[in-house]
Design a protein around this ligand. Sequence first.
Ligand code: 3PG
Ligand code: CO
Length: 546
Amino acid sequence: MLQKLASFPGVAGPVVVIVMDGYGLPANDTGSAIAAARKPTLDALFASAPHIRLRAHGTAVGMPSDDDMGNSEVGHNAIGAGQVYAQGAALVANAIAEGAIWNGQAWQEIVAGAKAGRGVVHFIGLFSDGNVHSHIDHLKAMVERAKAEGVRTVRIHALLDGRDVPETSALDYVVPFEAFLAGISDAGFDARIASGGGRQYITMDRYDANWAMVEKGWRTHVLGEGRQFANATAAVNGLREQNPGTIDQDLPEFVVADAGQPIGTIEDGDSVVFFNFRGDRAIEITRAFVEADFAKFDRVRHPQVTYAGMLQYDGDLQLPKRFLVAPPAIKETSGEWFSKMGLAQFACSETQKFGHVTYFWNGNRSGRFAGETWQEVPSDVVPFEQRPWMKAAEIADAMIAAIQSGQYRVLRCNFANGDMVGHTGNFRAATMAVEAVDLALGRLLKAVEAAGGVALITADHGNADEMFELDKKSGQPARHPDGSFKAKTAHTLNPVPLILFDCASGGRLGLRQTEGAGLSNIAATVANLLGLAAHPAWDESLLEVS
Ligand code: 3PG
Ligand code: CO
C-alpha cells in the first residue's frame, strides 16, 4: 500500500495529468509550429505557473542511446509506470548482440517450421532505422542467421517509413538493402523484397482506427495483390512518379513480380516474423495471422504459418503467443497502485492515442485495473492535416464532464494534435493543431479550478516543435533543390514541459528542476499531489511544498 504523506494532505479536488502529444521545447523557434501558434492559455501558464523541463528521449525513457528520439510508447510507459525500463529497441539489440535470440524457442520454431514446409521465412515490418517500431539492423541480422541455419528462401515485406525518419528517405534503405540481399543470395539461398507500401497506407493501423489499412496490407503481403514492379527500388521510383508529392508513409502498396507472378505470397507451411518490436501498430496484423475466428475483414485465404512477433505485443491477451524477445516486464504502475488504494481513475483520448493513455500507460496491458474508467473519442479517418483540430474539443468535453461528476480522484488525457499533425510535415496545419489544444486546455483548466483540483501539463516527446529538417552545421532549415524547406515529420530530441496548474493550494506547491528530471518522475509527483508517498520503485517526486 502507498503510505499517506506526512508533510502534505493532498489537494482536495482531482489531480489531472494532461499529455500534449508531440509538444517539445526547442532550443530556438526556427521551424517551430508551437512558436508560431496563438496560444494564450499556454503563454499564461509559462508566464506565471511553476514549470520545469523533463527529459523525454534516449536513456531517460529506456532507449538504447541519447541519439534516440522519444516516442509515445516509451513516453507513456515512463509516465504511467514512474520508472524507466530498457525498452524493446534496447532489448532486441542486446538479444542479437549476445546471440540469445537465436537460442530462443521462438526463433528455432520459425526456422524449423519453414524447413518442414517450403523453406520460406517472411519478414514483415517497418523498413527503417527509426528505432521507434523497428530497426533495419535487426532485420539484417535475422536474414543472415536464416541463411546460416539453412533456410532456403527469405521474402521481406517492407513498410516504407518517412514518419520516424526523413519523409522521402525510402531509397536510402531500399537500395542498399536490395544490394545486401543480392550479395547474400546464392545457389542455395534466395532473399528478396517481395512487397510493401507506405506504413500509413497499409498494415500498420492501430487501436482499431482503420482496419481497411490492414486488409490492404494482407492482400499485398499474403495474397500478392497490387501494382507490380521488378524490385522494390523500381517500386519506390515508380510509385513516386505515379503519385507526385506523396511522402513515403502515404505511398500505395506494391508487389514484386517475375513475369507477372508475385514472388512472395504467403502460403501454408511458411514462417512469418513480424519484426516490429513496438506493439500498437503490430497488434491488428498479428490478429489477422493468428486468430482462427477472425471477422475484421475477409482474409480470402488464411495460410497456416508459424508466426512470431519480435516481442509479445499485449501481455494480457498474450498476443502473439510466439515471440522472439521477451518484452520489458513493466510492474508497479501508477494505474495499478492508485487502483489498489481504492482511487477512482479516468482516462480519455481519441482513438489515435487511446491506447497510449490506457495500454501503454498501464505497462502494455489491455486490461483495466479496478476503479478505472476509460473513454475513447472516435478519431476521424482522414489525413490529419485536413482536420488539425482533431478531437481536442470532444476530449475536453469528456474530461470536463468527468471532473464535474465528482467521481474521479485521478484523471489523465492525451491531446493527439501536436504529434499526429506534426507527423504530416504540414507546418500551417501543425500551428492550428497547437491552437486547438490551447483552446481545449483553457476550458479544461477552468473545470479543474472549479473542482478545487490541480493539473500537471506535459508531453510524451517533441514533434510540432521542429517542423523543418535543420541543417546540422548552420542550424537553419535545410532546403530542397527547388528552394522549398524540407519538412520534418519525425519526433524531436527536445525536452518537454511539466507545468503545475494549481489554484487549490494557495501557492504552497511548486516543482523542482533536478538535473535528471524526466517523464518517469511524474507518477511520484502525482502521488504526492494526492497526499500519498510514492511507491519505492518509482523515480522521485518533483513536487515542492512550502
Ligand atoms: C507512429 O506510430 O505514429 C510514429 O511512429 C510514432 O509516433 P508516436 O510514438 O507518437 O505514436
Ligand atoms: Co508521434
